[in-house]
Structures are given as C-alpha cells and as structure tokens.
Design a protein around this ligand. Structure first.
Ligand SMILES: *Cc1c(COP(=O)(O)O)cnc(C)c1O
Length: 460
C-alpha cells in the first residue's frame, strides 16, 4: 500500500486563500458571444443590463479582457467563515474500487446552505448593498441557491424574494423553511403574482414549473419594485467568475503537494460550479502551459451539452431575459421532474458552451438511477451524503477510476462535490424503495424544445 504522504484533507491557510477571482474569458481566443437585446439583436449595453442587474455585476458580466478581479475584503472575510473548502483525497473510495487511480474531491457542502452557491450569493448581495438597494429577487430550483442567497441577504440586511420551482417547493418543504428562517419571502413558481406566471399557468395548467419559468417571474418582480434588482445563481459569466474561488483553491491545494491532475470532472446544470472549478485549469490549457481532460456531467433527462444546439436562446421561459449564445434545449423545453432540481435547466453558461464548442472540454450524460447508485456507494465509504446533482460527478469519477482499474493507469482524478443531500431524502427514499425511474427525452420531444429557439439571421 502506498505511503500516505498526502493527507486526507488538504486545507489552505487564510494567507493562502485566493484574493482574486479569475476571468477565464481573458485567456480565451474565441470569446463567448455577447448577450443580445431580444428586440434589436444588438449586444446588450451596460445601461440596458443595469436596469435588471447591479452595476458592478454588469461590469463583471461584460468584461472579457480583465484576467483578475480583486475580491472585496468584506467578501473575503465572509468566505473565511466557511472556506477554504477541503480538497479531500478519497482514499476509502479508491480502496473500495480497487483502483490505481488517485481520486480527490473538492467539497463545497460545508456551509448551512449546503452547496457552492453561497460563493456567488455573498458577492451578488454585497454589490447590491453597495449600490444602496433595498432587496433582490431570484429564482431557485432545488432550493440551494435560494437558501444561499437568503443567508447572504440576512448577513448584509437586504430583503430577499425567492421564486421557487413548484415541484421543489412541494418536495422540499424544509428548504423553504430554512429560507424563511433567514428572513426570505418564498413563492412557488409559476405563481399568479406576476403576469408571466399567470401566462405560463394558463398555457400549461398543472405544470410543476421549471427554472426558466421562475427566472421570468423573478425578473418581472424586480423590474416592478423600486430599489430591487434581480440576481441569478448560475449561467451568467459573473456567477462563474465568483465560483472560480473553487478552482483557484483547488489549484493552490494541488500545488502544495505537487499533484498534477489528469482528469477534472464537474456536474453541469447552468455550468457555474463546473466552470468555476475548471477555469484556472482551462486557463493553463488556453495559455499552452498544461493539458487536462475536463469533463462536464449532465443528466440524461436534461442533456443541453450532449444533445442540445449551440444557438442564441432566452435564459428564461417567459422570453424577457437577454439572448445568450449557449448549448440549449430551447427555452420551451420543460425537463421531466427528476430528482436533481439543480440540473434541470435548458441552457448552459456561455463560457462553458464556448470551451465545449472549442473542444477544450467533453461532456457526458448519465441516468439518475446509476447516479444514485454512485451516491450510495460514495456515502458508505467517504461518509458524506452527497446531493443528487453532485452525484453526477461522482458517477463519472467512479467510472473513470474503474476504467483505470482495467487499464492499470494511475490517473489523478479531481471532481467537484458541490453539496450535501440532506434535503433530498424524498429522492433517496424513492431510490431505496426501488421506485426511481430514468427518463430520456425522445428526439421528437427535444425537437419540440428546439422549435422554441428564436429564429433570426445568423441563428440557424
Ligand atoms: C445548483 C447546483 C448545481 C448545479 O449548478 P451549476 O450552476 O451548474 O453549478 C450542482 N450541485 C449543487 C449541489 C447545486 O446546488
């Protein structure tokens, strides 16, 4: 057996923690396409975006050249309450799989919100506060983002209004109560409190909702209230920027022990944790300094990278958000009610989409029963009860480690373990009772979604 020079957990000291977020777009030769105004098809201007988002966040969203953004001291201090997150060597999993591969995971579940989302929530709330706003509105799918934002807003004394995808609102009452405990107002979406919500309800009576619908409602709510702006928990480049704290910490931790990863894996909903984890490594690839195998993992029920189209599309179902060029299933695609709420999104970050289109990254889709099998195996040997979303990355990390067992390769695998699954016990219950099913949309169903992608010159 190998000598255990590498500790189970690699931590960083406060002095080693990143002081800057990394903007990978600065190193990309092919920049992500700009956001477009849905009426004029011209790039969105700072003023236009400033009506929906906070000024500083708009600046971050539009900047494709500045490689590093300093993390304000107040945010760094907040980070210190729950960061650095540990980089864990999965010795027990390696042993169980009898693999020569070395497996590491970056665990983001060590905060009350239970996921990486707090990294961007505190940044977005901070800039809203700086701008003198009264509050923010947002959507939440599985509930992790809403919880994270509620915590950040409570800390800074901002009002927080959350539109929660209806199926999660019903499946996860405890998430809702955590948010309310932190002082947030939570509304199931689609709701009749907004005109776009009423329209969606009329068109799809009894719908269990989707992230796309909830985004439309939250945007409308922000626009109709004085002193409010909308904030989004994924997809946007600003969110990916804040999430680079994950990849930067990982990079520093690996360097401390001279570890060179071969494969880096993340689950992909809107692409923020994946993008944040891989960004510094993709940067090295883009600058020609190193090479890595980067893998995005998505649910087979919502396969935006593996089966989607690279087009301009709306980020929301109500078609009121700017157009973003991304891998998309179409804004009209409503994914099956799977148990990975955080991955039920029709589109993908424009940065992740461009890296994928340029061949810097690969993507795989996995079905939920095999994901839960991996989750259970992981929980039994590594102790942590993982979120279903995170378990998509576990599945592929295990598959790669098993492949190494067969080939004898001693690859180093790093994956992002984005959160804990304590609020997903209904899903685990279904799995334990043998009642979980897999759903893979047919080509005809996907075509229905593709038909909702807007058609204009250059977007065919
Ligand atoms: C939201 C969420 C995801 C997916 O979101 P990304 O923006 O793709 O990172 C993954 N895991 C957990 C635990 C989440 O809460």
């Amino acid at each position: 057996m190998e000598e255990r020079k590498i500790p189970y957990k690699i931590y960083l000291t406060e002095d080693e923690m990143p002081r800057y977020w990394y903007n990978v777009r600065a190193d990309m030769k092919h920049k992500p396409a700009p956001l477009l105004n849905p009426e004029t098809y011209q790039p969105m201007t700072e003023e236009e975006l400033g009506q929906v988002f906070c000024h500083e966040l708009v600046r971050q969203e539009l900047d494709m050249e500045t490689p590093y953004f300093e993390i304000p001291e107040e945010i760094r201090n907040f980070y210190k309450m729950y960061r650095p997150s540990p980089l864990v060597r999965a010795y027990c999993l390696e042993e169980k799989l009898k693999t020569p591969a070395k497996i590491y995971y970056k665990f983001e579940g060590n905060n009350t919100s239970g996921s990486h989302k707090l990294n961007s929530a505190i940044a977005q709330a901070y800039y809203a506060k700086q701008q003198g706003l009264r509050g923010v509105t947002t959507e939440t799918g599985a509930g992790q983002w809403g919880t994270a934002l509620s915590m950040a807003c409570a800390y800074l004394g901002l009002d927080c209004q959350v539109y929660m995808v209806k199926c999660s609102y019903e499946q996860k009452p405890f998430r809702r109560e955590v948010m309310r405990t932190y002082g947030a107002h939570v509304t199931p979406s689609p709701s009749n409190t907004t005109s776009v919500g009423r329209k969606i309800l009329a068109q799809f009576p009894g719908t269990s909702g989707s992230l796309g619908c909830a985004i439309s409602e939250a945007v409308e709510a922000a626009a109709s209230k004085e002193g409010y702006r909308y904030v989004l928990g994924s997809v946007l480049s600003q969110v990916l920027l804040h999430q680079t704290i994950i990849g930067l910490e990982t990079q520093t931790a690996l360097k401390k022990y001279d570890i060179h990863p071969d494969i880096i894996i993340g689950c992909a909903g809107g692409g923020s944790n994946l993008g944040g984890l891989i960004a510094p490594f993709a940067g090295e690839m883009l600058r020609g300094e190193a090479n890595y195998q980067l893998i995005a993992v998505e649910p087979a029920s919502c396969p935006s990278l593996t089966r989607g189209k690279y087009r301009y599309d709306y980020c929301d179902t109500g078609m009121i958000c700017p157009l973003q060029k991304m891998y998309t299933l179409g804004n009209g695609f409503i994914p099956a009610a799977s148990h990975s709420g955080g991955l039920r999104y029709h589109g993908m970050s424009s940065i992740v989409s461009q890296l994928y289109d340029d061949g810097l990254m690969e993507a795989r889709s996995v079905e939920q029963t095999e994901v839960f099998a991996a989750a259970q195996e992981f929980a039994k040997c590594e102790g942590i009860l993982p979120a279903p979303e995170s378990s998509h990355a576990i599945r592929v990390a295990m598959d790669e480690a098993i492949r190494c067992r067969e080939t004898g390769e001693e690859k180093t695998i790093v994956f992002g373990l984005t959160g804990t699954g304590y609020f997903d016990m209904v899903a685990y219950g279904k799995y334990n009772d043998g009642e979980m099913t897999d759903y893979i949309p047919t080509d005809a169903e996907l075509q229905h979604g593709f038909d909702s992608i807007p058609k204009f010159p250059g977007n065919e």
